[in-house]
Design a protein around this ligand. Sequence first.
Ligand code: NG6
Ligand code: CA
Length: 531
Amino acid sequence: MPTTTATSTRNRFRRGAALTALALIAPIACGRAPDPPDAPPTAPPNIVLIYVDDLGYGDVGAYGAVADLTPNIDRLAAAGLRFTDAHSSAATCTPSRYALLTGSYAFRRNADILPGDAPLLIPPTSRTLADLLGDAGYATGIVGKWHLGLGDGDVDWNGAIAPGPLELGFDDVFLIPATGDRVPTVYLEGNRVVDLDPADPITISYGDPIDDAPTGRSHPELLRQPADDQHSDTIVDGISRIGYMAGGEGARWRDQEMADVLLDRAVRFLDDHQADPFFLFFSFHDIHVPRVPHDRFVGRTGMGSRGDAIAQMDWVTGELINALRTRGLDERTLVLFTSDNGPVLDDGYGDDAVEALGTHQPSGPFRGGKYSAYEAGTRVPTIASWPGTITARTSDALVSQVDLLASLARLADVPLGPGDAPDSADLLDAWLGQSDQGRQELIEESFTLALRRGRWKYIRADAADAQTWIADDKGIESGLLDVDQLFDLEQDAQERDNVADRRPEVVNELRTALQRMVDAAGTRPGFEGSD
Ligand code: NG6
Ligand code: CA
């Protein structure tokens, strides 16, 4: 992968700086006394963030899945820290990723699921997680799904596509620009489309069709999977997508190869940066639709293409862990494994996810799923592993991906500026299993907003949102009602008994608190920015 000069302009080796926190962490985790003060400073670990798309709380064996779908992830969980109350920031992809990379709740930017030709959502002036780790001397790489927009509003897929992740602190970039079900269905390396023939330029439209090429609507007989109307535009590799694409024939990906292509890129990144501290954001396409796993996984689980995509994702995760181990990097690497939102079965394609489900419960014990304000929208499997430092255990701390920025900043020993990361809390101790003290309160984002505080979960009433059909049509309760909802999660983790009428004082208190947090520029103590 190309490396820009961004890295070399940074102060790359601040690693000998006061890593006091780290020097103390490892010995405590091992039950030993801290090293004497004159011991050489411990370098901050590499960080590998494994981010699955649409993986539900109940999809992982270590979280109660009935089928043996995820042996590699289960091993990671058994040896590491398994969170039971960890959250993606939102119940859909774009807002979750926005919050993860900026440390800001996504409602502050009205972030919603983006079309494939949307401009870059994160202002290049923001100090992102990648910027911050770059400042600490880390080599920074992203491999996989982006879905945060690219360019400045009129993107030309045939030239240099900017701004994008290169302008947000990532040095090495290999991307799926939006989602697997949206055009353009090409990879980007750095800021250019891979394997693009200039004689066959790419045109993209999210409005009218570009030419009379077959679509899912006009030629359903060409499809490997039937699709709903939304996913019935240009056909690429036997799958109709959202949006129209012309040209770029030689650059179009093959869905069945995608998992291997991304894994190969990630391993190449590890090889290129073994000697550096590195941050790798490995952002899966799996298990998002279209679910078209490689032949060697087809039929593996008896649970249809969704189950097989989970098996493929688990295998790739295992390969990444092995790649760290065989390079002797495992004890120097913090691996975080999690998902961008909760699970969905039918997300636009007839791929037998519903029919082949059996007794499997993707949402685990929780209500809702992807798109939903109920817990399964954002409560996702989350594992932290750092052999030799993090000890095997389960944590019930309330943690959110919005906090990774401030938490990893402390790990890397980079101070946050007053205008950075409006909502990110430094919960490093919780993320490393040193403390069970998580957040006191957390906003969960979906079609509405919910506030968790202590035992309570308040879901804000709102007028019906035109978009909730996206959930409704898929049999997922959006959780957006025109009345307030209040649940006591200690008694009712399933969110079945709305006690709002019985506890109006709690509703008032939480409604007011939520509004105050929404109206503020940020919730991080010390944050002084304004939007
Ligand atoms: C929705 C798509 C869905 C999926 C989702 C994004 C329709 C009807 N549905 O708009 O298929 O692509 O966007 O998923 O268009 S996410 O995980 O990236 O948020
Ligand atoms: Ca997702």
